[in-house]
Ligand binder design. Structure first.
Ligand code: NAD
Ligand code: LMR
Length: 324
């Protein structure tokens, strides 16, 4: 399989590429060809990463190509991991950030449209991930919108870890947890349908509302405060999990969370790329339908969805959703 990674010389790239090449993402039987897209000034650093990949002598790694040309990078790509993006700088307004990222994700969407394999699956990691996915998809009219996804698996994994820590249940015993909405602090980590050892369980509402939800929703900022830079290894691990489950399927009786295009499920306006509970079979995400949504959950899903709608309106106003 041909795997394209953008921002390959960045800190997530450094954690991600070795996991992909080891077979963690697509399994121990699937050889991988890596295509690394970087900015011209980071090509030399990407060469260094490629030297280290060579030095691992991964049996599944067929070849590595490094380029600053998006058409070449996405040529024949089966999986595209869009990691490279413009971080928010001091004094930058949200519109500035959305506009800077539009300049990245619009041309990359076009390059995917024109060059990638017919079965291409796209995961956007670069922030603001949901809206960047929307922009890329808008510029790839020949690729079904459902193939553009945004990463909320890191939030899902963070929620699993928090619940495991609070209950003592191993992560492997927890199922049916959901992240709704945007990959931002408005996201809603939802335990209403969660199970431990396959059974519903009692949990203190005060802990859920005052501890669990804010801890998961602001974990990215807490990592930045502690590390001095944003999450990298955990983000890479979540990207591996997302693509692994998308291609190879989710476990029976469980679901995961992913930012996928809404067709109106749970009142989320159609066209928004929002996080939902999802299963995957046959290489396709399906939104889990029919879950009961109580008043508490409704308000939080609506708040995060409203933020996504605002982001969409902002990029629409900037002309970033109109294919050139
Ligand atoms: P980084 O700054 O270390 O690396 C980004 C890399 O992208 C750099 O090497 C840069 O040269 C490259 N780049 C920038 N524009 C590019 C373009 N147009 N084409 C190709 N490459 C380009 O950043 P990082 O820590 O690796 O994080 C990358 C992104 O992932 C950030 O936007 C970050 O906020 C986001 N992130 C998302 C999640 C999530 O859960 N969705 C989690 C962590 C980080
Ligand atoms: C994260 O969730 O760790 C990243 O999206 C970084 C951030 O800005 O929160």
């Amino acid at each position: 399989m041909i795997i394209t990674v953008t921002g390959a010389a960045g800190q997530i790239g450094y954690a991600l590429l070795f996991r992909i090449a080891s077979g963690a993402m697509l399994g121990p039987e699937v050889p991988v060809s890596l295509r690394l897209l970087e900015l011209p000034q980071a090509l030399e650093a990407a060469e260094g990463v490629a030297m280290e990949l060579d030095d691992c002598a991964f049996p599944l790694l067929r070849d590595i190509e490094i380029t600053d040309d998006a058409a070449a990078a996405f040529d024949g790509a089966n999986v595209a991991l869009l990691v490279g993006s413009r971080p928010r700088a001091a004094g930058m307004e949200r519109a500035d950030l959305l506009s800077a990222n539009g300049a990245i994700f619009a041309p990359q969407g076009r390059a995917i449209n024109d060059n990638a394999a017919d079965d291409v699956r796209v995961l956007v990691v670069g922030n603001p991930a949901n809206t960047n996915a929307l922009i890329a998809s808008a510029h790839a009219p020949d690729v079904p919108a459902e193939r553009f996804t945004a990463m909320t698996r890191l939030d899902h994994n963070r929620a699993l870890a928090q619940l495991s820590g609070a209950t003592g249940a191993p992560v492997s015993a927890i199922s049916r947890l959901t992240i709704w909405g945007n990959h931002s602090s408005t996201q809603y980590p939802d335990l209403s349908h969660a199970r431990i050892e396959g059974e519903p369980f009692e949990i203190d509402r005060g802990w859920v509302e005052q501890d669990f939800i804010p801890t998961v929703a602001t974990r990215g900022a807490a990592i930045i405060a502690a590390r001095g830079s944003s999450s990298a290894a955990s983000a890479a691990s979540a990207a591996v999990d997302h693509v692994h489950d998308w291609v190879l399927g989710t476990p029976v009786d469980d679901w995961t969370s992913a930012g996928v295009v809404s067709t109106g499920e749970y009142g989320v306006p159609a066209g928004l790329v929002s996080s939902f509970p999802v299963t995957s079979t046959g290489g396709r995400w399906t939104i889990v339908e029919g879950l009961e949504i109580d008043e508490f959950s409704r308000a939080r899903i609506d708040a995060s969805t409203a933020e996504l709608a605002e982001e969409r309106a902002a990029v629409e106003a900037l002309g970033l959703l109109a294919p050139a």
